[in-house]
Design a protein around this ligand. Sequence first.
Ligand SMILES: [Zn+2]
Ligand SMILES: [Zn+2]
Length: 356
Amino acid sequence: MTRVPIAGGWPAGAMRAAAVVSPNVAKVIDLPIPEPAPGEVLVSPLRVGLCGTDLELLHGTASYVRDGRAPYPHVFGHEWVGQVVALASSGPTGTGGRISVGDRVVGHTMISCGDCRACDRGRRNECGRLREVGLYGQQGAAAQYLRMPARALSVVPDDVLDDAAMLVEPAVTVLEGLVQVRCAPGDRALVIGTGTIGLLAVQLTGRLAGTVDVVGVEDNGLAAARRMGARQAFHPGEAPAGHYDVVVEASGAAPAFHEALRTAGVGGRVAAVGVTTEAVDDVHVGDLVLRGVTVHGIRHGLDQYDRVLQLFGDGALAADGMIADVLPLDRVGDAFRLLQDGSRPAPKVALDPRAA
Ligand SMILES: [Zn+2]
Ligand SMILES: [Zn+2]
């Protein structure tokens, strides 16, 4: 685990941050260190994971870029672990003593407003005035410092190392999906996709259901899934039709959504975790009705952070075999190139904002 000496006090001046500055161009820039705000803390990120959403931000294809919510320069980074370096203790919403300087923390990607109809009803996931860290309305973690509301942080236990804590953000969505589809012992379960979300889903679904099969297009991804407990590994079209009680669609490819519907059995529950960017044509809704198949769109696992941290601490989830490389901030271009290399040895590519 990484620890830095804490000097105390909220630093001021300039900091380095990795940003998308124009379509397909990411580089390190100087920005002012965020100023103290009531109820907020300053975090020094230790690991920042990159995913397909960051690639969409890089390419300018993300909806946040196209609709103007993510202007340039855009500091990305929504999957992270960091260490608290300063607290803004004044103001009406202090940290309540829950967060201390020196704590390692992970942060919620979705920051709810706390004040809208959905928030009032305890449904933060459905807040109408969300900000999302590294996506829109809130600077991302690919920087020397990140300011976060204390209420959007979870403290990382000592037995969860930095690499595992970085994977908590993608894992909360997986757990939320498995909760929504009521995955239980004895379920016949299938995971589609062998990226970060798919491999985390293989690990967790295997624990909850007892066994899990996997569908993927990359042979090294299928081999990784087997090492992580998948019983059978299939290429698309090979898994038995109408067989599974629980299907986790974790690839985000439109054909994979058809594969999920094809393999779900009578009464099957599909967790759609991958986000297809194109329309899924020719879905036979009547067939789904007659088979009683339910499809759950999984928005995010906002309420699952502490449970996922415990799952990593208990060893039910592990970072082994998940991370291809960890690069310093100024090699952000190389990091994005590796993320687009289908032959990389593991799905996750990370930045270390403290590395020289
Ligand atoms: Zn992500
Ligand atoms: Zn709200």
